[in-house]
Design a protein around this ligand. Structure first.
Ligand SMILES: NC(=O)c1ccc[n+]([C@@H]2O[C@H](COP(=O)([O-])OP(=O)(O)OC[C@H]3O[C@@H](n4cnc5c(N)ncnc54)[C@H](OP(=O)(O)O)[C@@H]3O)[C@@H](O)[C@H]2O)c1
Length: 230
């Protein structure tokens, strides 16, 4: 498979290393300098690939999706912080008849964590003595807060219980950490996911690219995890 990388920072580098190790080619790498490329050149360049993987910046996502739809290649979006534009971007994909998969977190472990969290929330909803809370921590270079992963966790848990504000910490080199807690006067139950490296995100994004290359439509990684991991 030929992969176009949009954004070549920490995640872009991790995706390239792993994609090449899995036997894929990476003929196109688009960094920020590409913003100055004439708009019509962008889709032309993307046509050299079968699929694009975007780990860039929130402000760039809409433009990147449009370019991929014009180039008629699917796009895997790992970039976070653009949830306000979700309905516009979904409409662009559906109107063009193309394909996109989005994951606020491409780690398989986090997506299993969402399922455990939903089950736990359903259980604790029957016991009003317990109050649910979410905390997340990341390294100081992460721009959006709360993280897209924490927002997704909130969405899943709020099917059953209410969550107040999400506590977000940005400091040093903290690896992405998400906690869901249930607290009562008697005790506390804490579920925690900690990322050990970027490789888990990179692997999930590449698996999503391998899966979407022959598909049409708009998908969220958490919803199609079972068919992707088969
Ligand atoms: N979904 C997941 O599993 C997951 C996991 C980790 C991170 N993320 C998200 O992925 C994004 C990138 O994370 P990162 O850690 O790789 O950040 P990063 O190291 O800052 O890399 C971002 C890269 O994108 C480039 N860029 C910025 N604007 C661009 C544009 N308009 N077109 C093309 N490239 C552009 C940046 O270029 P410059 O360096 O020149 O600015 C930089 O090389 C963030 O939104 C982060 O929250 C998601």
């Amino acid at each position: 498979m030929r992969i176009a990388l949009i954004g070549y920072g920490r995640m872009g580098h991790a995706v390239r290393d792993l994609a090449e190790a899995r036997g894929h080619d990476v003929p196109v790498i688009v960094g920020e300098a590409h913003q100055h490329m004439a708009a019509e050149m962008f889709p032309e360049t993307l046509r050299m690939a079968d699929v694009a993987i975007d780990f860039s910046s929130a402000e760039a996502v809409c433009r990147n999706v449009e370019a991929c739809m014009l180039a008629e290649i699917p796009i895997v979006v790992g970039t976070t912080g653009w949830s306000d534009e979700m309905s516009d971007i979904t409409a662009i994909v559906q109107k063009s008849g193309g394909a996109m998969i989005f994951g606020a977190n491409f780690s398989i472990g986090v997506n299993l964590f969402y399922k455990v969290a939903e089950y736990a929330a359903e259980l604790f909803a029957r016991f009003p003595d317990y109050e649910a809370f979410i905390e997340e921590q990341h390294h100081s270079r992460k721009r959006d807060a709360p993280s897209g992963t924490a927002l997704k966790l909130k969405e899943v848990v709020e099917k059953h219980v209410t969550i107040g504000d999400i506590a977000a910490t940005r400091a040093g080199n903290i690896p992405g950490t998400h906690r869901l807690g249930f607290d009562s006067a008697a005790d506390q139950i804490l579920l925690e996911h900690t990322a050990r490296s970027r490789d888990g995100f990179a692997l999930g994004a590449i698996k999503a690219a391998e899966w979407i290359v022959a598909k049409k439509g708009f998908y969220e990684f958490a919803d199609v995890l079972d068919s992707i991991s088969k």
